[in-house]
Design a protein around this ligand. Structure first.
Ligand SMILES: [Zn+2]
Length: 246
């Protein structure tokens, strides 16, 4: 068992269903003590919001070999009692969040991939936004277990059951060695899927909601690699901060 202290949630993927029916998501946290980005996976859909500061008792996942990847102690047995192992200590101060991201530092996609990093933050030049239709409509499927016990007033929808899958096209600022300098990656940010759930029929407005082309916002792209193909990265979160007025 390992106790990780002073972690800050900086990104979280939308829920997906594990083979055994549990609804899970991927949490990306920054360790204020060790100055590294870590992955907590799987993690239940309740508990932990972006910018929460927390401690967690974790263990290695014997089948997931991605860098700095942990699962919560006894996560399978204690799936509905994960609070036994996670202590929320407060929220990272709003006015210091952008500085925290800058202090982590920026990389290019090629650097992140070539160093087999689990995560990295990219300063992007955003080129385009796309919605790819993956289902005829969003499928609200009742799932086993978790949800009925929770005080959640709606059905949690898995990423793959949404009508659309969002993509962002960007280039890295810096010396990116990728063959194709223009990256088109799917975005798994939970907030994006929540937006599509709440704005069915107007999903395209997600582009504006993300402030992708709004000059008043600084944008940083948090990417993470995927379990089945660790060389492949997706966008976990687009961190966006309104520019401070001078
Ligand atoms: Zn690049």
């Amino acid at each position: 068992m390992v106790l990780l202290k002073n972690l800050v949630v900086i990104g979280q993927g939308a829920p997906n269903q594990l083979r055994d029916g549990r609804q899970s998501r991927c949490v990306c946290a920054y360790s204020l003590d060790d100055k590294v980005l870590i992955r907590l996976y799987p993690f239940p859909v309740y508990m932990l919001r972006k910018w929460d500061v927390f401690d967690a008792e974790v263990e290695k996942n014997p089948i997931d070999h991605r860098e700095n990847t942990w699962k919560i102690k006894n996560s399978k047995e204690d799936w509905k009692k994960i609070y036994r192992w996670v202590t929320i200590k407060g929220e990272y101060p709003k006015d210091k969040q952008e500085d925290l991201i800058k202090s982590i530092g920026f990389s290019t996609l090629s650097e992140i991939r070539d160093n087999k990093k689990s995560f990295g933050i990219i300063l992007p030049v955003i080129k385009d936004f796309k919605l790819e239709q993956q289902n005829k409509s969003t499928i609200k499927q009742m799932t086993l277990g978790d949800v009925e016990d929770l005080d959640v007033p709606y059905t949690i929808i898995n990423q793959k059951d949404y009508k659309y899958k969002p993509y962002v096209v960007y280039e890295c600022v810096g010396d990116c060695k990728c063959k194709d300098k223009t990256h088109c990656q799917s975005i798994t940010e939970w907030g994006c899927f929540e937006f599509m759930r709440k704005n069915a029929g107007k999903e395209i407005n997600l582009k504006d909601n993300l402030q992708l082309f709004n000059e008043e916002y600084n944008k940083y792209i948090l990417v993470g690699n995927i379990y089945k193909a660790p060389q492949t990265y997706v966008i976990i979160d687009i961190l966006r901060f309104k520019k401070k007025k001078k």
